[in-house]
Design a protein. Structure first.
Length: 304
């Protein structure tokens, strides 16, 4: 059974000020999603499901989804604030979505195979997709504990030249299994390493080879039932909140602590790229132009 790529894209319109204003970053105007889907196809994914919102559906399908027609099986799932268990309703003043855990849960009726999760606006590199496909194809499902995976990027490969970033630093046991993710909200480049500045004024140095999570995961379809369970737990405490979000890493951590899942960290040498600062766009354009010139990507990815 071929794995599915689940792309979290429901927030694209909000982050970029409207889909029409999404900027091309490749030498031919390619979007980050062009590279994500192309790399996923090359790695062995046979299907892509985009999690979007109904209000951006028409624009998304015509300007983005149509780019991949005939290249891979494409489907859609919809994250809406009122997609809640029976007995709950959206707080009157809530405008924020329910978070990445809820976004993945929104695809519960669209995905039946093992699958990977990525952000729509992050460049992950082909090696990371290959790592996840290999895991999904070879991982046994005949265990009492769910077996999941996370792509681990060297911290130095995820930093911005233009300011501080937030990163989830992974802690692993001797077998490479995830034991925790430390959310570090102010990390800046420092030579070959990085420097963390804490709210209390203290600092901490990183070598740069520490593995961090960039929200690139591999799961079995049983995750949806597990997320449903923990989303109900979340709502029992936060149903009236206008801002609290049900985050995917928090749900995975709860599964690990309850001994219901194990998560392997798959080290990848891929260079992650994203747009935290406006200046990151120029850096990304140079990086992708070089990738085309060196043959990592053809001049036109969708002509085959």
């Amino acid at each position: 059974m071929q794995p599915t790529l689940l792309v979290l894209a429901a927030g694209m319109g909000s982050r970029f000020g409207g889909l029409k204003q999404i900027e091309g970053v490749g030498p031919n105007g390619e979007l980050i999603l062009d590279y994500s889907v192309y790399d996923a196809i090359q790695a062995g994914f046979a299907r892509v499901v985009f999690v979007i919102r109904h209000d951006i559906a028409e624009a998304f399908k015509s300007s983005i989804g149509s780019r991949f027609e005939g290249k891979v099986d494409v489907d859609y799932a919809y994250q809406e604030m009122d997609d809640l268990p029976s007995g709950y309703q959206v707080p009157a003043n809530r405008s924020k979505p329910w978070g990445t855990g809820h976004a993945v849960l929104a695809a519960r009726n669209a995905v039946e195979t093992p699958f990977a999760v990525i952000n729509a606006d992050d460049f992950y590199g082909r090696e990371s997709y290959q790592q996840l496909v290999q895991f999904l194809r070879t991982q046994s499902r005949d265990t009492e504990k769910s077996q999941y995976a996370l792509a681990g990027f060297p911290l130095r490969n995820t930093l911005s030249e233009h300011g501080h970033v937030s990163r989830g630093v992974c802690t692993c046991d001797a077998d490479g299994m995830l034991t925790g993710i430390e959310e570090c909200t102010h990390i800046e480049k420092n030579g070959e390493g990085a420097l963390l500045r804490n709210p209390d004024g203290s600092t901490r140095c990183f070598r740069g080879d520490e593995l961090v999570s960039m929200n690139m995961w591999a799961f079995g379809p049983e995750l949806f039932q597990q997320l449903d369970t923990y989303f109900r737990v979340f709502l029992a405490e936060h149903a009236e909140s206008e801002k609290s979000e049900f985050y995917l890493p928090s749900a995975i951590d709860a599964l690990l602590q309850a001994n219901k899942a194990a998560c392997r960290v798959l080290p990848t040498n891929s260079h992650w790229a994203g747009i935290t600062y406006r200046e990151d766009i120029d850096t990304l354009k140079i990086f992708l132009s070089n990738a085309h010139e060196t043959g990592q990507y053809p001049q036109n990815m969708w002509t085959y």
